[in-house]
Design a protein around this ligand. Sequence first.
Ligand code: GLN
Length: 468
Amino acid sequence: MGMFLVFGGAGAAMAAPADNGVEGKTFVIGTDTTFAPFEFRENGELTGIDMDLVRAIAEAGGFKVEIRSLGFNAALQALTSNQVDGVIAGMSITDERKQVYDFSEPYFESGIQMAVAKNDDTIKGYEDLKGKTVVAKTGSEGEAYAKSIAGQYGFTVKSLDQSATMYESVKSGSAVAVFDDYPVLAYGVAQNNGLKTVTDKVPGGSYGFAVNKGKNTALLAAFNDGLAKLKADGDYQKILDKYLANPTAAQPTTFLDLLGKSFPALMSGLKNTLLVTIISFAVAMAIGLLAGFMKISHNIVLRGIATTFVNIFRGTPLLLWAFMFYFGLPQLTGQPINIWVAGVLTLSLNSGAYVAEIVRGGIQSVDPGQLEASRSLGLGYGKSMQKVVVPQAFKMMTPSLINQLIIMLKDSSLLLAIGFAELLYQGQQIYAANFRVTETLLIVGVIYFVAVMALTKLANYADRRFNK
Ligand code: GLN
């Protein structure tokens, strides 16, 4: 092993003496879900100024990028915990952020602005916000700005994770205004997103590409090199013009159009939902059987371990563990964790705790007389359990296990918070781009319902076959 490492290192050094440190490598780049015109989806594909920029720079520098559309705050968390190598998300270069991240040269001048619903004539400036609620994006400069003047003007700031939900809140009246970056608001208004801007923009915030402080220095240098090249040969301007000169993306018109355009992405989401559920359920069964038997064991240590396990995972929220495994653990170990591993750990440990209780309850519900009778017929403890007790217990456990499977399928939607591309996540990505929130959620809901019904039918069929 040591030998290979030595040879590998020497070989690489000899092969590329003038290596820029990034050639041939793949870097994972986190971004916002939707921040048009910087990042958004068109027909399922991520596009926008940031996307074009980072891809063009990667091409010029001979490296590859794998883009993760996580949401702004989640992208920053992912960067801090080394789950991604860099972030490009219309991210403003601020003094606070410079303490923890290193930024590229600025590539776009921005600033904060306030927008209200198009038909709202009551809010004309900050003075009209007294006693009202405004929305801003979690962890963003817009949020920081809104909070900085909230006391002075007497309004409340509610933080949301996504631009689409922010705009939707303003249109539906649960908030009266949104604070966001002006190029993004301007683009949305031009696309008829139902809002209008009413205040002057607050100058500030240039956008930069970020890496963790002191890390990925070669990537940062390559970004700066590439940016300089793109600026020099006019490609940078071409990218800007492509999105800013004519800000109208092709959006679905009718419901059927929306359904047709979103179906492929939703089906790939459904596939991931089903896959992560099935894998996690298998693991949860293994964990639950083990812990369940440990709970009824005569050994106090085994019982103690199983009880502690069940108490911990039944006593804490699923979402907490998703964050813990995906964002927390990598910070402790310094090793990134695969999102599937984090997802399966989260779902299976949580479910494992419930399965353990189902197993324990099932076995204890078999009349102790059954075991005694079997043993008095000369069968040992193990054989009696295997031939007499467990088959009866399993029959009683089955309905609860099917319940647990269905709960898990629905709970897997929580994994969207760590950017796992399951069904609801795909739905979010779609309405984040086209603002058709209600219809998209309706479609997603129907797909979940059909999936759960199908799974229930399948499980009941298996129950009838095996538990005769
Ligand atoms: N420019 C803002 C910030 O950096 C918002 C970025 C975003 O919402 N993607 O805070």
